[in-house]
Design a protein around this ligand. Sequence first.
Ligand SMILES: Nc1nc2c(ncn2[C@@H]2O[C@H](COP(=O)(O)OP(=O)(O)OP(=O)(O)O)[C@@H](O)[C@H]2O)c(=O)[nH]1
Ligand SMILES: [Mg+2]
Length: 393
Amino acid sequence: MIDRARIHVQAGRGGDGSLSFRRERHVPKGGPDGGDGGPGGDVVLVADSDLRDLSEFQRRQWFRGGRGGAGGGSGRHGAAGSEEVLRVPVGTQVLDDHGNLVADLTGAGARIVLARGGPGGRGNRRFATSVRQTPRFAETGLPGEEADFELRLKLLADAALVGLPNAGKSSLLRRISNARPKVADYPFTTIQPVLGTVDSDERQLVVADVPGLIEGASEGAGLGHEFLAHLERARVLVHVIDASEGDPADRYAQIDRELGAYGAGLAERPQIVALNKVDLLTAPPPFDIDDERVVAVFETSAATGAGIERFRRSLFELVPPEVEAEVPEGLPDFLVYRPQPDPRRAFRIFRTDRGFRVVGRVPAEKELERALREAGAKRGDEVEVAGEALEFQ
Ligand SMILES: Nc1nc2c(ncn2[C@@H]2O[C@H](COP(=O)(O)OP(=O)(O)OP(=O)(O)O)[C@@H](O)[C@H]2O)c(=O)[nH]1
Ligand SMILES: [Mg+2]
């Protein structure tokens, strides 16, 4: 299962504003009629309940929003750039370059704008004033936002089966759910998490079978660390122990150390213990620990079915119904990620062979003068403000 990906997103550039003048047969000099450029397309992430992993992103890591169309004469606006929509499984978390959590897409249909398209440039029609009747400039569109993100899928399960390899986790899941994970008598049969649904008359539980953990898992031993991450969101852990070998309490403590070393609250999670493979025993397994996290202990045999039905039914009592996260009324169901200040406020100055060129928003005179001076402009230099050539004074 591919549960991590790195992507680079770049929203579309805004279209250029148009520099145009009305042409009419009997009017020698028509007024400005250049329309605005269209906005660039956003790059958007949407949680899709049909997807299971992030394998899509192995093939492709670069995503671009469409470019906004240029404005035209007669006041025509450019078309908006097309939105680039990336579909990810429910449970995907989005982290920025610094590892900060930007979004957690826990519900189907949740949306986040990862990069916003650049605004379109204004056409010259918009710059006409009573004192400037023939503006010979228009704005260029601005680039869209661009950023890198890491996607991490963390399974959303009500309960997760955890334990040493070969304890019988997959066998138990097969017994209680619709899932059919592979079962075999060697360690690490399960190499990727499997989800199964367990039904009762009123409710459905999602139970995850997570690959076996061994000593040092929290430091990456075995299939280790990455699978511990999938336990993070389970509300209850079902600790499966092979009761036919050694002391169950020792095995319990071993896994518990790894959960504690991993952190993320795993050590505090309520636990159900399943002492499995009791068909191989002649006497009930010894397991007498006093631990308030252990909410119930069951003796099961995935081989004969003994104890399975009681275990399955108890899950519905022991895993509390999910409390719907409270969403304040009026809050939109999507987020906008803003990595940079609003590009609408930006303009840029480029050097040309004869002086300077100002691109983007047309700044106020004072602001422009200061910026040009900082850029090294001297008296007499040519300054091009999108089409109009002026002399720097
Ligand atoms: N006798 C007996 N054997 C069992 C029982 N449960 C599982 N087994 C056997 O134990 C072996 C391991 O079972 P799995 O369900 O694959 O164990 P697992 O915990 O999923 O193992 P990994 O995926 O490797 O971590 C298989 O040969 C199963 O048939 C049981 O209750 N009794
Ligand atoms: Mg397994």
